[in-house]
Design a protein around this ligand. Structure first.
Ligand SMILES: [Zn+2]
Length: 255
C-alpha cells in the first residue's frame, strides 16, 4: 500500500507550498507501530523510523537530511528557522516559522493537533504541535504572533489548517484540564469548549484552537474534522491504542 496523505483544502492550491499529514499506511514498521511510524521516542526500531521518514519525504519531494525539527514538549514556544537549521533538532519547543524556501519542517503526532499556517503575501510558513497543554498555553496564538512580529504578517492574509487529531467525540479529560482552561481563558469563556458525555467532560481541541486563530483575525481557517481516535486504523491514536502506538508526521516546506 502506498502512503495516505491528508492535505488542507485552503493550502492545496498554493503552488509555492508542499505539505502533508500522513496516515499510518505505507511504511515499514511492525505492530503496534504499523506502519509509517516516524516517532523516535517509541520502542520502534530506529532503522524503521529512518526508512519511514525517507518514505514520507519522498512522497512530498523533500530531503530527509534537510528536515528541521524540535523536541516537542507541549509548550507555546515558537522559533524562526532557515537554511542554517536544516538537518537539526533546534530545541525543546513546539512551533516553527520560516520564510525561506527549501526548509522542510516536520512535527510528529498521535492525537495532538497539527496546525499549519501560511501567509501567501509575505511567503511565511508556520507549523505547530498542540495537545491540551499547548492549546491551553496558546501555542497556535503564539505561532501567529511570531509570524506577525518576525515577518510583518497580517492575520487577515493568513490561511490556517487544523489537522487530524482527537476530536470532541473521544477526548475525555479530567478536572486538571478543565481547571487549566478556566485559568487560561476564564471559566465563562472555557465552558463552551467542554461537552458533557455520560457524566464525563470531553474537550474540544479543534474549537479551542479555531477560536485562538479567529480572535487574532486569521483570514481563512479550515478544520479537518477527522478524529484520530475514531479513525485509528488510518491515523496513529495514543488514546485509542492505550498509549502503545506510533507517531505520524506533518511535513511542510516552501518551494
Ligand atoms: Zn472521535
Amino acid at each position: 500500500m502506498g502512503v495516505d496523505i491528508f492535505r488542507f483544502t485552503v493550502l492545496d492550491d498554493v503552488p509555492e507550498l508542499v505539505h502533508g499529514i500522513f496516515g499510518r499506511q505505507g511504511g515499514v514498521s511492525p505492530a503496534p507501530y504499523d506502519t509509517l511510524n516516524v516517532g523516535a521516542d517509541v520502542a520502534d526500531h530506529p532503522e524503521n523510523v529512518h526508512r519511514n521518514v525517507e518514505i514520507a519525504c519522498a512522497a512530498l519531494g523533500t530531503a530527509p537530511a534537510d528536515l528541521v525539527t524540535v523536541r516537542q514538549v507541549h509548550s507555546n514556544r515558537v522559533m524562526r528557522v532557515g537554511k542554517g537549521h536544516r538537518g537539526q533538532k533546534v530545541g525543546e519547543l513546539d512551533g516553527l516559522i520560516t520564510d525561506e524556501p527549501g526548509v522542510p519542517l516536520i512535527l510528529r503526532f498521535a492525537d495532538c493537533v497539527p496546525i499549519l499556517t501560511y501567509d501567501p503575501r509575505r511567503g511565511v510558513l508556520g507549523a505547530v504541535h498542540a495537545g491540551w497543554r499547548g492549546t491551553v498555553a496558546g501555542a497556535v496564538r503564539a505561532l501567529v504572533l511570531a509570524m506577525m512580529r518576525e515577518f510583518g504578517s497580517h492575520p487577515e492574509d493568513i490561511r490556517a489548517g487544523i489537522g487530524p487529531s482527537i476530536g470532541p467525540c473521544c477526548y475525555e479529560v479530567g478536572e486538571d484540564v478543565v481547571r487549566a482552561a478556566a485559568q487560561a481563558w476564564g471559566a465563562v469563556e472555557a465552558e463552551p469548549l467542554f461537552r458533557p458525555v455520560n457524566g464525563r467532560l470531553h474537550f474540544d481541541l479543534w474549537q479551542a484552537n479555531y477560536r485562538q486563530l479567529a480572535e487574532l483575525g486569521v483570514g481563512q481557517i479550515e478544520i479537518a474534522g477527522i478524529c484520530t481516535a475514531c479513525h485509528s486504523h488510518r491515523f496513529f491514536s495514543h488514546r485509542a491504542s492505550g498509549g502503545l502506538t506510533g507517531r505520524f508526521p506533518m511535513i511542510a516546506m516552501l518551494k
